[in-house]
Ligand binder design. Structure first.
Ligand code: HSE
Length: 435
């Protein structure tokens, strides 16, 4: 059978890894795909000395690759919104299939891209966009197709998890660990995307659409980063039997879909609480299967290339299939996407960790608990750390039961207004992840 010709856009960390994996495993890949897969062309701005570029015609104009009639599959590994969007739409217009690792592009422009691909009868595959080497898209879209997905929660940014882990285990500085993540090729071009949760929100947007059959709605995803997490909170969480992880959580409730990325306390006995370093994990709750957990490297050259190449093989295998009979981009048939609303953040329900500085004298705790009780908030656990000698301030740390967020907002507003409370109340959401 005629070989498949691939054009790579970008030969950086992931592009280089993709070229190398395709070259190294060419014989096995051909046995799996049923035909040879050859990278014939690539566009790259800079020379990457780590790439096996034998037989690849390299230029610096990605549009020349996209418009080359000999190429069957365009692999977009440039990242960012532009020119990636134009290149992908042009490739589709030219009747080429597309594989991309660009979660930002899919989360923001995916609805438009899938519609264009649908019209042209071409595939757009994006496994590498979410959780690096973990085949979570494939698992959700195909392996769990029998289920009603109830919720999923994931550690889906390797850089953020690497930073939290190194800070906790080795007491390293935030900036120092971030610089290492950038050097290793884990971090986004703009690393605030990693630490402020934007990258995780891109990925969560995609997972939620595939889990619940709703259009991509990045703009409705609540995003909170890890830059305000203190060593103190990490320690108190540990004393209470919890770890702080930066989680993406999406849940279908009878009022709508929760879609949120934020630091979260999770019980330390959960497997996902022990996912450290650059590793990612996604816990999925299906009504038939129950909980399933997917774990692996969430970033890096070859782990991400593993997902890119799997997509190329998938496209190669199904190129001749009638487009109507292929697996739909967002798991559900395009005319079956639902308009279930995404819940505003103040309507979501979760438990909380609260930390506050209070005057160390009788009756203070009663004032705080009275406010919480008035908002229907039940306390689950509490630590009070006495003030140092001579100081008159104590730290109060509380875990609460689940409550609607706007009730907690009101309670925090009232607690902060008490003259016995010093400064802001620290609030970190808490998930048991058991049902
Ligand atoms: N910056 C991303 C991460 C790369 O750290 O997870 C993989 O998407």
């Amino acid at each position: 059978m005629k070989p498949i010709h691939v054009g790579l856009l970008g030969l950086g960390t992931v592009g280089g890894g993709t070229a190398n994996v395709l070259a190294r495993n060419a014989a096995e890949i051909a046995r799996r795909a049923g035909r040879e897969i050859r990278v014939t062309h690539a566009a790259a701005r800079d020379h990457n000395p780590d790439v096996n570029s034998d037989g690849i015609d390299i230029c610096d104009d990605p549009f020349a690759v996209v418009n080359n009639p000999q190429i069957d599959i365009i692999v977009e590994l440039i990242g960012g919104y532009d020119p990636a969007r134009k290149l992908v739409l042009q490739a589709i217009e030219n009747g080429k299939h597309v594989v991309t690792a660009n979660k930002a592009l899919i989360a923001i422009h995916g609805n438009e891209i899938f519609e264009a691909a649908q019209k042209k009868g071409v595939m757009v595959a994006f496994e590498a966009g979410v959780a690096g080497g973990i085949p979570i898209i494939k698992a959700l879209r195909e392996g769990l197709a029998a289920n009603q997905i109830e919720w999923l929660a994931g550690i889906i940014n390797g850089t953020g998890n690497f930073i939290l882990t190194e800070m906790r285990d080795k007491g390293r500085d935030f900036e120092d660990v971030l610089a290492e993540a950038q050097m290793l090729g884990y971090a986004e071009t703009d690393p605030t995307f990693d630490v402020e949760g934007i990258d995780a929100a891109h990925k969560l947007t995609i997972l939620a659409s595939i889990a619940f059959g709703v259009p991509l709605q990045f703009e409705k995803t609540y995003t909170e980063g890890i830059s305000k997490i203190t060593r103190e909170d990490v320690n108190y969480a540990e004393q209470l039997g919890y770890r702080i992880k930066h989680l993406g959580v999406t849940r279908k409730t009878n009022k709508g879909i929760e879609l949120r990325v934020h630091p979260t306390l999770i019980p330390e006995r959960r497997l996902i609480a022990n996912v450290d370093g650059v590793m990612n994990a996604v816990l999925v709750q299906g009504d038939a299967v129950g909980p399933t957990l997917y774990y692996g490297a969430g970033a890096g050259a070859e782990p991400t290339a593993s997902a890119v190449v799997a997509d190329i093989i998938d496209v190669a295998r199904t190129m001749t299939v009638d487009p109507e009979n292929r697996v739909p981009h967002l798991a559900f048939q395009p005319n079956e996407l639902s308009d279930t609303p995404v819940l505003p953040m103040d309507q979501i329900e979760t438990a909380y960790y609260l930390r506050m500085q209070a005057a160390d004298r009788p009756g203070v705790l009663a004032e705080v608990t009275q406010i919480l009780g008035g908002q229907g908030i039940s306390i689950e656990a509490m630590i009070q750390k006495e003030s140092a000698e001579g100081e008159n301030i104590a730290s109060i740390i509380m875990l609460t039961q689940r409550v609607i967020e706007n009730q907690m907002n009101e309670a925090i507003r009232r607690i902060e207004a008490l003259d016995v409370i010093d400064g802001d109340v620290t609030r970190i959401r808490l998930e048991q992840l058991d049902k």
